[in-house]
Design a protein around this ligand. Structure first.
Ligand SMILES: O=C(O)c1cc(=O)[nH]c(=O)n1[C@@H]1O[C@H](COP(=O)(O)O)[C@@H](O)[C@H]1O
Length: 300
């Protein structure tokens, strides 16, 4: 652990790597992540206006229901961004509540760029003390994993995490993500596999904890073998964490965790949004309790 300054508010607490904090969260609360996706139809069901104020109220209610039960929340930035600057103010308040409640926050913004541009995105989301500070951010590396180097450095400095899209849960992703890499050290691997391997190599090189701080996104709806990913083939140190959307509404169930993710299972974040959020404001706390218990028994 090292102390650091952030240039915004002076000295801050010692930096604990994201992988270590994720391990602690799993130990305390299990592996469920509650997605915060204020779709218009959900705002309507919750009797909230389809506006930044509605999204804020929705997000803060979800955070309050998750606090003390689930360990991780994942706000989907698009549902706030659509309201412009007011949406960002709403998101900042939801993030502030989540940080104050001690929840681990994954910002689902799926950013991807290169050089100083990706560095600026990373600074926006991963700088301790920044208004949009989260613990980890979803990013894509379809410009090459190396295009994210500056973001990886920002994340490392702040004890933050990144989740690189590898094999995503949507069916449109497969054609690109199964395509075979034509040159370099990962020649012959699928794009999805090459991203996973490159992330795993970095975790083994850099990480000091059992779980690495750089993760990948692998959809829980997929047959990963068809992407050239063998889930029994995991490194014995610095396991790569996996953000796994596709549980709940998209069809996967926690009881499939080990069958789907094999050696990665202990590092998988089971992410559910609509299946929890559709329970409504009065029942969401109970629903989260139920889902946490279900995810907790998934590893048998
Ligand atoms: O990065 C993500 O979270 C993500 C990756 C992926 O492959 N598939 C996927 O559905 N997601 C996100 O996960 C959430 C899925 O929500 P539900 O299907 O309602 O549980 C949405 O916010 C998606 O943007």
């Amino acid at each position: 652990m090292t102390a650091q300054t952030n240039g915004l508010s002076g000295p801050v607490a010692p930096v604990v790597p994201f992988g270590e904090r994720l391990e602690q969260t799993f130990a305390r609360h299990g592996q469920l992540c509650v997605g915060i996706d204020p779709h218009s139809w959900l705002l309507d069901d919750w009797n909230l206006p389809d506006s930044a104020a509605g999204a804020e109220s929705f997000g803060r209610t979800v955070v309050a229901a998750a606090a003390g039960q689930a360990g991780i929340v994942k706000p989907q930035v698009a549902f706030f961004e659509k309201f412009g600057s007011a949406g960002y103010v709403a998101l900042e308040r939801v993030l502030a509540d989540a940080r104050a409640a001690g929840l681990l926050v994954i910002g689902d913004a799926k950013r991807g760029d290169l050089g100083t541009s990706v560095e600026a995105y990373a600074e926006a989301w991963l700088t301790p003390g920044a208004p949009l500070e989260v613990d980890a951010l979803t990013v894509h590396s379809y410009m090459g994993v190396g295009s994210l180097d500056a973001a990886l450095e920002v994340a490392d400095r702040g004890g933050k995490g990144l989740f690189l899209l590898s094999a995503t849960s949507n069916p449109e992703g497969a054609a690109l993500q199964r395509a075979v890499v034509g040159e370099g050290v990962h020649q012959g691997s699928s794009v999805a596999r090459a991203i996973l391997d490159e992330v795993a190599e970095r975790n083994v090189r850099q990480s000091t904890s059992a779980l690495g701080s750089i993760g990948v996104v692998l959809g829980a709806t997929l047959d990963l073998a068809s992407f050239g990913i063998d889930v029994s083939d995991t490194p014995t140190e610095a396991l790569t964490p996996v953000l796994a959307p596709g549980f709940g509404h998209q069809g996967a169930t926690p009881s499939q965790l080990v069958a789907l993710f094999g050696g990665y299972a202990s590092g998988v974040i089971l992410s559910e949004s609509r299946s929890i959020l559709s329970s409504g404001p009065d029942r969401i706390s109970e629903m989260i309790r139920h889902r946490v218990a279900e995810a907790g028994t998934a590893r048998g």
